[in-house]
Write a protein that binds this ligand. Structure first.
Ligand code: DGJ
Length: 756
């Protein structure tokens, strides 16, 4: 059971979670200080060696009677602004008289088992109250009469601390919140590398690392969603840490809109980390008696490198953020018609797809964009969620029934947050656009954004979608969102509230999703924003899986899936086998390779499954059988990154069950190399003294090697051997020596099974 206690003599809060400790103190001025977070420390009694009150020359001293104290270089927990700490603040408020100072002092605290919900926002949760313990510290600005609740939750089986902040206006005047971060933490030194996930459309989840130096380094989004450019995640890692060892602190924001992940190394080499809603172009009016709830930020600590950090995120997010029946239960494999047909399909084609799904053992047929209004390209009909009777003369219900009659489930695509100008919805409600009056509205992919901050808009969407989902009895919805937000404003907000529109949009989206989630508990929800443009923990709360990227090239997917796994459990990652040459990059990779890469997540097909060759059918069957046998392991096992895509020869990862008894080892050859050195992959997560059978599963793709222009049998094709766990983890698993003779893009998938 995690515990939180308060030492009344030394005024220190001790937070003891699973494999993580944190100490927070109340300083002589009543301000909160962060003493330590990291590897387990059970007892901490003496804050004086963490902090000396010995202000620097030039530092501002807020108390006339205490010339020794300045906020300028003390490690803060939730810094306000204007009283001597010159670093960027976590809280910045404009008060009724125009002053923007916030001086936050301890007022009260509460320790409780369990974890309170965050009103209107997604957040991690506990299922039993003894799984987590929550500390709420209330700070008060006595001059401006503002209160702030800081929440800290520690968990019984994951090394994480969840943080959030509530700002209460207890004054008699309205205030404007200019910035309210979800969390802040000041580390006592700056010996860190900052790791983040950058990207762009079709190039998501590239890992980026840089040494921190004095000054600000941040990643953010301004696109209205969490975005393709950066994921709402950063990690601080010690320079000597790597995938397998060393201290790593990961930070992740449970939010789907504009975010900021900020680091600042001070003149005195302390490191401030803050995470929350991006304060740029944000301003929130708070009337007397009202409160503002920030999103949740989750910090995980790992002493076992980046794999340890990711496994903490995976475990927490899969089991205590994702919800509902499908959060960690393998979902049926699926075929999606997008890259096979784009907008050019009709009833006959979809039913034919369904028939082929059944034939190949695919569990669901999902109909993508183009089934509604008169949508034959991307210029029209978004907003009109009624079936196109030219394509489906018998209607949607009949289509869904026919798909089910073929023996597979029916899934459907929607993009509810948008409308085209060429739509009945726009013609009747042009003012429903999320838009600032005066400026022409920019379009993105010919579409405009609905103002989801308005009740009548989400009510309309709920009613349309409820009808479609109920009539078709769909068990799967792909929820898309395909543009950045610009000229953001709302026709129903007054001029002082226009900078609330972006956050109100996200709150409206969450409310709509919650209603639909509760109304259709059987549905598997797939999150998509032109691929991974809104893959974030906020969406994971409503939707257990995400279409990770529109880039379906298996070679690029190795990078994308590898990067996404830093934070997101592979149970939440959707991978689909696409045509060759690939439609995004023009590369051709072998069909077996594409299947093997797609295996590690929620597996499916986005190519034309009605025209597979005999050989491709056999390969698909082979991988669907592996998927059927191992999907529970893939969803619930520990994911280990073993060799990164920056190794041009091969990428490797493994999934090993919690007991360390069964697993899958994947080695993907990227580039063949003549006369290559012998190489070994060191496995993880096994038992040292047990024996394991390692058996090749990726038949039938690698059967031969080339010698003098001839194919000769490749003896490692049927690899099947016994090793001890210690051997596999320390000597490593040897890559077959002929590994290089079969060209680029080859897959080697092995089962790893305990034999004693
Ligand atoms: C973008 C998605 O990422 C694609 O998979 C597809 O659904 C298209 N939108 C449809 O417009």
């Amino acid at each position: 059971m995690p515990s939180i206690s308060f030492d009344t003599n030394n005024l220190i809060f001790s937070l003891q979670g699973y494999n993580v400790s944190s100490f927070i103190g109340i300083d002589t001025d009543g301000g909160l200080r962060h003493y330590y977070t990291g590897r387990k420390v059970e007892t901490f009694t003496n804050p004086s060696y963490v902090m000396t009150h010995n202000p620097r020359v030039f530092a501002a001293c807020p108390d006339e009677n205490d010339p020794a104290f300045s906020e300028s270089d003390v490690p803060m927990v939730y810094p306000g602004w204007g009283r001597g700490d010159l670093r960027y603040p976590a809280l910045h408020i404009r008060h009724h008289d125009g002053n923007t100072i916030s001086s936050l002092k301890y007022a009260a605290h509460r320790i409780e088992s369990g974890k309170p919900e965050l009103s209107g926002l997604p957040a991690t949760y506990c299922e039993k109250s003894d799984e987590c313990t929550t500390l709420t510290i209330t700070l008060r600005d006595n001059v401006n009469k503002i209160e702030v609740d800081l929440l800290f939750t520690v968990f019984s089986n994951v090394s994480a601390i969840a943080r959030s902040t509530l700002v209460r206006n207890t004054s008699e005047h309205s205030i404007e919140i200019l910035n309210a971060q979800s969390m802040a933490i000041d580390f006592l030194d700056s010996d860190f590398e900052l790791l983040s996930l950058r990207g762009a459309w079709a190039r998501e989840f590239e890992m980026q690392s840089r040494q921190l130096q004095q000054g600000v380094t941040s990643v953010h989004s301004n696109s209205g969603n969490s975005g393709h450019f950066f994921n709402p995640f950063i990690a601080l890692k010690r320079p000597d840490s790597n995938e397998f060892q060393g201290d790593v602190y990961g930070f992740s924001l449970v939010y789907s809109g504009n975010f900021l992940a900020h680091t600042e190394v001070s003149a005195y080499d302390q490191t401030r980390v803050m995470m929350g809603i991006n304060p740029h172009n944000f301003r929130w009016q708070l009337s007397p008696g009202e409160s503002f709830q920030t999103p949740e930020a989750v910090m995980v600590y790992s002493s076992d490198g980046m794999n340890g950090m990711s496994q903490n995120f995976h475990h927490l997010y899969r089991t205590r953020l994702a919800r509902g029946k499908w959060k960690s239960t393998p979902r049926p494999s699926q075929a999606n018609n997008w890259e096979a047909t784009y907008f050019n399909f009709n009833e006959e084609k979809i039913i034919n797809f369904a028939e082929h799904c059944k034939r190949h053992g695919v569990g669901r047929m999902t109909m993508d964009d183009g089934w509604f209004g008169c949508r034959n390209d991307d210029t029209s009909s978004l907003g009109d969620w009624v079936v196109d009777e030219n394509k489906f003369p018998k209607g949607l219900k009949s289509l869904a029934d026919s798909v089910r009659d073929k023996g597979v489930e029916f899934g459907i695509w929607v993009e509810p947050e948008m409308f085209n100008k060429d739509s009945n919805l726009y013609r009747s409600h042009p003012d429903w656009m999320l838009h600032t009056a005066g400026h022409p509205a920019s379009h993105g992919r010919n579409q405009y954004i609905l103002d989801l901050g308005r009740e009548e808009v989400t009510e309309y969407l709920y009613n349309c979608l409820e009808q479609v989902f109920a009539a078709t009895k769909t068990t799967f919805v792909k929820w898309d969102m395909n543009r950045h937000m610009t000229e953001v404003g709302s026709a129903v907000l007054n001029s002082d509230q226009q900078q609330e529109a972006a956050h109100r949009y996200i709150l409206g989206l969450y409310k709509l999703l919650e209603r639909l989630f509760k109304r259709f508990p059987e549905i598997v929800w797939e999150n998509c924003a032109s691929g991974g443009g809104r893959l974030d923990p906020g969406m994971l709360y409503y939707m257990p899986e995400t279409w990770t990227s529109d880039n379906t090239d298996a070679a690029d997917r190795l990078h994308i899936q590898y990067g996404a796994s830093l934070v997101y459990p592979i149970s939440s990652i959707v991978n689909q086998v696409s045509p060759a040459p690939n439609h995004q990059v023009g590369r051709s990779t072998p069909f077996a390779f594409r299947n093997a890469v797609a295996l590690f997540g929620s597996m499916g097909y986005i190519c034309d499954i009605t025209s597979l060759s005999d050989e491709e059918r056999q390969i698909a069957k082979h991988y669907l059988d592996i998927w059927g046998k191992y999907n529970s392991l893939i969803f619930n096992g520990q994911f280990w990154r073993l060799s990164p895509p920056t190794n041009t020869r091969f990428v490797s990862w493994a999934v090993i069950d919690d007991a360390g008894e069964n697993g899958l080892l994947a080695i993907f050859k990227q580039r063949a190399r003549a006369a290559a050195a012998y190489e070994y992959i060191k496995l993880c997560g096994l038992k040292n003294n047990s024996l394991y059978r390692v058996k090749m599963l990726s038949e039938p793709s690698v059967r031969y090697r080339m010698a003098d222009g001839k194919k000769i049998p490749w003896p490692y094709a049927d690899h099947d051997a016994i090793y001890s766990g210690a051997e596999l983890m320390n000597l490593g698993f040897a890559l077959p020596p002929e590994f290089v003779h079969d060209g680029d893009y080859k897959e080697f998938i092995y089962s790893v099974t305990l034999v004693n």
